[in-house]
Design a protein around this ligand. Sequence first.
Ligand code: CTP
Ligand code: MG
Length: 251
Amino acid sequence: MSDDSRPSPASAARTAAVIPAAGRGVRLGPGAPKALRALGGTPMLIHAVRAMAASRAVSLVVVVAPPDGTAEVKSMLDAHALPERTDFLVVSGGDSRQDSVKLGLDALPAEYAIVLVHDAARPLVPVDTVDAVIEAVRDGAPAVVPALPLADTVKQVEPARTPGDPEPVVATPDRSLLRAVQTPQGFDRATLVQAHETVTSDVTDDAGMVEQLGLRVVVVPGHEEAFKVTRPLDLVLAEAVLARRRLNDGF
Ligand code: CTP
Ligand code: MG
């Protein structure tokens, strides 16, 4: 770190990325915590950290590690090269993603005015998407979400009491009005901190908390390669994306 101890003017707001990586990855099946599993021979978390560090605007990455894996994550980060300009911190995570993000935010030094929150489980997000999110925050949006239109039609149902039973359809929302959201989500830091202090209900993304404050959240175009590795088939897709990148890099 060069001059990170000095506060910076608003025009050059510093950007940090918080990476929640403390989940177990239950849906991926038995094994190490999801973020520590390998993709193309490199831990998923390292891909995610590099994806954030690829943006020239990001000078700090805060990794929120599984509570029993912080030492392992630290040595993993020491062993894999990051750009010179990027510093990192490792903190221990919580029981929910929301708790983990909060613990990461608590560890952020004062000089960071813009915060990205990025799932370790989205290891392949391209840098252009990261930069587009940061730019929209710099342009004045308090909360920015990358998202894509849906491929499938979506039905709202009355959930069955017993899994597998037929479920009555309640409604079919107009698909053209829906977006599937990804990360990194970008925030004015004070807004995200306020959201985490105020909203206590369960949410599945950080922007949802900002919406509950009644503040403006905007969507920018996401990217196919920012998909979340959730189930075993997603690992197959992630390996294929990496193989395609290696091929393209080679020619
Ligand atoms: N996460 C976290 N702390 C938790 C739970 C989740 O930091 N207590 C992180 C995960 O590590 C992941 C991101 O939040 O990077 C998105 O969560 P998800 O894809 O649901 O990952 P897991 O919770 O690990 O997977 P599963 O729900 O299948 O167990
Ligand atoms: Mg989860």
